[in-house]
Ligand binder design. Structure first.
Ligand SMILES: [Zn+2]
Ligand SMILES: [Zn+2]
Length: 258
């Protein structure tokens, strides 16, 4: 499985910067998880191959350039952009984003080939297929309805926490999985901002450490993501102090394989 965390900003030479401001993971060049930087950082080939986007929750850093991406591709889409999300999240996207005020309601619009955007509700079981992948969505503990994801291509299996504070159901599902190759877990705020992390339902390095104790898998790669750019250095320092084997910070733009 090929996985990339798309960059959200670039330096003067066009190189991806290390700070992550937006969230969008790309799997095997065809399925996106969240869409923060989707209109900013895809190659032209990837723009042609991505037709499925799983939206974990409607916060701006996860959907910022989704409307622009569909707008860019509007005349050329020969099949609709499929947005996979829970019914609650679809309702929020329709009410608050694709509402004719913030942006057009693309789900009502067609180009010369047919509809340009289609919602695919995640079933109540949480289990669904996207392209060549099987996915299980599990509700996590964030300030809006949000799902974490377990994704497999039949050979490799990876998990995305999305944005969450302390949670249990997600870890229980992961613990039932035979083999896990990688976990992408959020680490938004440094320990000294634990109050803000608590009210906004995010993790700090020390609460991340506690969460990982609920996980029975050993040896998988653990990649911290969603570090607030202003506090990146102190979060990294505190993550190192946890001394957790295989824990690293994911680099935007880098291509990873499992
Ligand atoms: Zn969020
Ligand atoms: Zn976020």
């Amino acid at each position: 499985m090929k996985i990339q965390l798309l960059p959200s900003t670039f330096d003067a030479h066009g190189q991806a910067t290390l700070e992550q401001r937006l969230t969008c993971f790309l799997i095997d060049d065809c399925v996106a998880i969240d869409a923060g930087s989707i209109a900013i950082a895809l190659t032209p080939e990837q723009q042609n191959s991505v037709r499925d986007i799983i939206v974990t929750h409607p916060h701006m850093d996860h959907i910022a350039s989704l409307p622009i991406f569909i707008d860019d591709l509007y005349p050329t889409l020969k099949q609709p952009m499929r947005i996979h999300a829970t019914r609650e999240v679809i309702g929020l996207l329709e009410r608050d984003v694709f509402n004719w005020n913030v942006y057009p309601r693309f789900s009502d619009l067609k180009n010369d080939y047919g509809p340009v955007m289609e919602y695919v509700p995640i079933p109540d079981s949480g289990e669904f297929s996207v392209a060549h992948l099987r996915v299980k969505a599990v509700a996590v503990n964030h300030i809006v309805p949000t799902v974490g994801l377990l994704v497999t291509d039949g050979k490799s299996c990876v998990a995305f926490s999305s944005d969450t504070a302390e949670t249990d159901a997600f870890w229980e599902v992961l613990n039932k999985t035979k083999h896990l190759d990688a976990l992408f877990i959020e680490a938004s705020f440094p320990d000294e901002m634990s109050k803000l992390a608590e009210v906004s339902r995010h993790l700090t390095p020390s609460s991340l450490g506690k969460e990982l104790k609920k996980l029975s898998h050993n040896g998988m790669d653990i990649l911290a993501v969603h570090l607030k750019p202003t506090h990146r250095e102190s979060i990294i320092k505190q993550l190192k102090e946890l001394n957790i084997p295989n824990l690293s910070v994911m680099s935007p733009g880098k291509i990873y394989y499992w």
